[in-house]
Write a protein that binds this ligand. Sequence first.
Ligand SMILES: Cc1cc2nc3c(=O)[nH]c(=O)nc-3n(C[C@H](O)[C@H](O)[C@H](O)COP(=O)(O)O)c2cc1C
Length: 370
Amino acid sequence: MSTQILFQPFSLKSLSLKNRIVMAPMTRAMAKDGIPGAAQAEYYRRRAAGGVGLILTEGTVIDRPASRNDPGIPFFHGEAALAGWDAVAKSVHAAGGKIGPQIWHTGSTRSSRSQSQPEDLVESPSGLVGPDDPRGKAMTEEDIADTVAAFASAAANAKRLGFDIVELHGAHGYLIDQFFWEGSNKRTDAFGGATIAERSRFAAEAVRAVRAAVGADFPLSLRVSQWKQQDYAARNASTPDEMTAWLLPLVEAGVDILHCSQRRFWTPEFPEIDGDAGLNFAGWAKKLTGAATISVGSVGLSSDFFGAFGGQGSESASFDNLIERMERQEFDLIAVGRPLISDAEWTAKVSGGKLEELGGFNAADLAVLA
Ligand SMILES: Cc1cc2nc3c(=O)[nH]c(=O)nc-3n(C[C@H](O)[C@H](O)[C@H](O)COP(=O)(O)O)c2cc1C
């Protein structure tokens, strides 16, 4: 099957992409003192030179005292870190690529190195990581307002530095998702409630503030997921109506692109509903909100990414299902993660039809930034 459908151009507002392939945001935790340096600039430049349409950077954190849970995560605030990001954007642009930072706050989540965080400043909607798992403090309304402002300030800096898009990380059980999820949001004020629509208010305020900071024409992506690192089976929306209540207010607040994270892009989002050709998460999000969507999850690979951190690699696999979905315009763009860690030339090989040269993903490649 020809992969040429992946190489149609795409444009939205001020963004124009030469193809539909997006480098998925992937934390590498190698930014010394939180500052991206020459190694990061070269790492992203090589993927741009390899032909990827859009790079979404590793998550990079906003200006809050405990916004990162690992000392290798880069800041997206402060003069030195922003100068580092400026150099990253310039090197990607010089190689003919497009790039946006993924703006992040890790909330109360732990990591193997989260002990580096000032524990008493760790913040989340209700001082919980998940059900019955307390950590840090519940955010006051002032904390919330300051955090919303910090997201807006980061986005304004992304635009000022010449990035092509900005993405907010609203997925995987981190701060924004901790507001969405009933398992971590027990608030009784306007930022909590029994419905997903009520629990979406924090994200909507962040989106509105970001939109105001970047203006009408700058593209804004929001990454969302049903699954959380705290509970892979958890869902923010169990029905299409709930999904509309979750995502439509966010699109109305200013999101242009919903980046719908799932582990395998071919998994139907609501398998019990007939007649929709097994639309995946991005397919449903596009249908219900009208926004552009990015899908993701095990593209060209034989196994999903949860094993990657335990050292599990993945073989190369068929593109047929992806191509069929792209031909049906189920979603607009497709993000690719692990293959682009292992092979900076991955996109060029797919474009050139050299699928037999794709090597899948080697978990040992996580140890180096190359
Ligand atoms: C090493 C690694 C780091 C990741 N870091 C992030 C991140 O910072 N932000 C994010 O939204 N997703 C992150 N993810 C998830 C990826 O963006 C992507 O959704 C996932 O790897 C599935 O895509 P794949 O099957 O093509 O690898 C990470 C995944 C990996 C393997």
